[in-house]
Design a protein around this ligand. Structure first.
Ligand SMILES: Nc1ncnc2c1ncn2[C@@H]1O[C@H](COP(=O)(O)OP(=O)(O)OP(=O)(O)O)[C@@H](O)[C@H]1O
Ligand SMILES: [Mg+2]
Length: 248
């Protein structure tokens, strides 16, 4: 799998199969994300996008193939070890600790870090990227708006100062203005040096900000290309992008 961009691969999946109990969902998925890229994974509901993230993080059974992060196999590693290696995962559904404050939620994201100075630096970075969190560190997460909770979930993912972050449907259920904000923040994270893998229902928007993308269907690779190639592909447009796409 030579990287198309000429950049070093950060994450590489080679023919990965995975599932839940006896049910196999992924049937040999291959993809790679190179340093500094934003790579989107799109596809219909149930295609296996979230499952792909879960098997990368070793949260579900791995049935075959290899997952490599910075050249090291993640197969059989514990999720906290994977996080410690520099791979952050923000699950679908704005998962925050509702009873805890913004600050406590962020501290939970750094639970593997013992160095208080590093935790403080990470929190400063998160507050710079998401000023609204910095304005209300004592507010309980459950009382925040949906958009603020999504920012908090993303901020928590940044607290270990990861090399790469995987975002599952960060814009789901948000108002158009907040959708814009989530995409802007994603671009800002990548400009800050982070490698990003993004799963989005909002496929056209995702591809517009992506270096490359993959289309999954029924647990298999269906199409891949640069963001622009996928946006311009008539089959992809008809099947996955609702027919029309705004020119960017
Ligand atoms: N815990 C589970 N146990 C059994 N099957 C599951 C489980 N979670 C997901 N699945 C099944 O795996 C398949 C892929 O689900 P997955 O969540 O990966 O899809 P997705 O592409 O993320 O879809 P969506 O766009 O709806 O989020 C679906 O058929 C789903 O029903
Ligand atoms: Mg999903």
């Amino acid at each position: 799998m030579p990287p198309a961009s000429g950049r070093a691969p950060v994450l590489a999946l080679h023919e990965v199969s995975a599932g839940y109990g006896a049910i196999q969902i992924l049937h040999g998925v291959s993809l790679h994300v190179d340093e500094g890229e934003i790579v989107s994974v799109i596809g219909p509901n149930g295609a296996g996008k979230s499952t792909t993230f879960k098997v990368i993080m070793s949260l579900i059974a791995h049935l075959g193939g290899d997952v490599r992060f910075l050249g090291r196999s993640l197969v059989g590693q514990r999720p906290d070890r994977i996080l410690g290696l520099g791979l952050a995962y923000v699950p679908q559904g704005r998962v925050v600790f509702a009873q805890m404050t913004v600050r406590e939620n962020l501290e939970m994201g750094a639970y593997l870090e013992r160095d208080k100075a590093k935790i403080g630096q990470a929190m400063d970075y998160v507050f710079t990227l998401f000023p609204r969190l910095g304005e209300r560190p004592g507010q309980t997460a459950g009382s925040m708006s949906g958009g603020e909770q999504q920012m908090l979930a993303m901020g928590r993912g940044l607290m270990m100062r990861p090399k790469m972050i995987m975002l599952d449907e960060p814009s789901l259920g948000l108002s158009p203005r907040l959708v814009d904000e989530v995409f802007d923040k994603t671009v800002a994270m990548a400009r800050g040096g982070l490698t990003v893998m993004l799963v989005e229902q909002n496929a056209a928007r995702a591809l517009e900000i992506s270096d490359r993308g993959y289309v999954l269907e029924l647990g298999r690779n269906r199409y891949e290309g640069t963001g622009r190639e996928l946006l311009d592909n008539p089959d992809v447009r008809t099947m996955y992008l609702g027919g029309g796409v705004r020119a960017s």
